[in-house]
Design a protein around this ligand. Structure first.
Ligand code: TXA
Ligand code: MG
Length: 311
């Protein structure tokens, strides 16, 4: 469907999926409570898991927050449009459905030209990843159809560039906290804004800052494990995903994807491989352990998503 038709469906209070540079999002008008509720219903998403508002121009941020800390202006300048979601104190008129009842709101400006064009026609959109809750985020239009059939239209922008969801950074208190690792990494964020940036720790016993963190995500049907924990194939289909050339079992039941130290490609393909494994009734997905210090982007985000799938 064409972008103008999609925009008019959204403007009438409907929903539609669109590509971003990270994953496909399921969009609805941020200030239309009924439209926002449709998203929760379609995804089967718990009502206390808030949504990210997507904007196409920095000025639109004023509609959602008037607490923009000074150092964050340089983050916005350097990282938007791009895969960085910022958590602000919200204005009172931001619908509760958007913020999941929290006092904060998540906002990002996506870098995909089709996303920016769509939002410039509709105004700010909430957009969770366009998958059913508990399924991997979609990196292709076909993934959206796989989960939802023709429940709503999809603006097809081909394969997404990054393949993993945006970094979520809480800037409501210092140090700024990464609630979800992504392509924008702590060192560069800290360097740009001059405020310390830390990963949220598991030891943190306060109520979950990001409600999404308490729900299971990214779990294919196959058992996912690290290569270092893998014992022996049991004559059932196994998918290996590697980045060096380790010795692997061979045989009819073995599928092997090799990424030769290209973590950007691995990130781009991870969710597609998870979905493929489901379709092929793969029994185990075995992923080669990732190195600690690579200096390469996306390794921390990959580790985080794979750990979640390992469970
Ligand atoms: O890359 C992305 O961010 C994609 C694309 C479509 O933009 N969107 C995405 O949305 O991943 P979703 O809804 O699948 O994940 C949003 C995450 C959830 O973990 C949610 O709990 C967290 O952001 N979040 C949203 N609002 C929040 C808030 N006010 N405070 C803390 N965490 C929040
Ligand atoms: Mg999601």
């Amino acid at each position: 469907m064409k972008i103008d038709e999609i925009a008019s469906i959204i403007l009438r209070g409907g929903v539609a999926a669109f590509p971003t540079e990270t994953v496909y999002g399921l969009g609805a008008l941020a200030f239309n409570q009924d439209a926002v509720k449709k998203i929760f219903d379609l995804k089967g998403r718990p009502a206390d898991n808030p949504l990210i508002v997507h904007i196409s121009a920095t000025e639109q941020l004023q509609q959602f927050s008037d607490h923009i800390p000074e150092p964050v202006l340089s983050l916005i300048k350097n990282f938007w449009p791009g895969p960085l979601t910022l958590i602000f104190k919200k204005k009172p008129d931001v619908p509760d459905a958007v913020s999941g009842g929290l006092e904060t709101v998540a906002v990002r400006m996506p870098a995909h030209p089709l996303a920016l064009k769509l939002i410039s026609k509709t105004g700010p959109l909430v957009a969770p990843s366009a998958n059913k809750s508990g399924r991997p985020s979609p990196t292709r239009a076909a993934h959206v159809y796989e989960d939802f059939g023709d429940d709503f239209p999809v603006l097809d922008g081909g394969e997404t560039d990054i393949g993993l969801e945006s970094t979520v950074l809480d800037v409501t208190s210092e140090p700024y906290t990464i609630l979800r690792p992504g392509k924008a990494e702590p060192e560069e964020l800290q360097h740009v804004c001059g405020v310390s940036v830390a990963y949220s720790t598991k030891e943190d016993t306060r109520p979950p800052k990001s409600p999404g963190l308490k729900y299971t995500h990214y779990k294919p049907q196959a058992k996912v494990q690290w290569l270092s924990d893998f014992v022996q194939p049991r004559n059932k289909p196994v998918m290996f995903i590697t980045h060096t050339e380790p010795a692997l079992p061979t045989g009819e039941n073995i599928i092997h994807y090799s990424f030769k130290d290209d973590f950007v490609q691995l990130a781009r393909n991870l969710y597609d491989l998870f979905r493929m494994a489901d379709q092929k009734n793969i029994f185990e997905i075995v992923i080669e352990d990732l190195p600690d210090e690579t200096g390469q982007p996306l390794v921390a985000a990959l580790k985080n998503r794979i750990e979640k799938a390992v469970g």
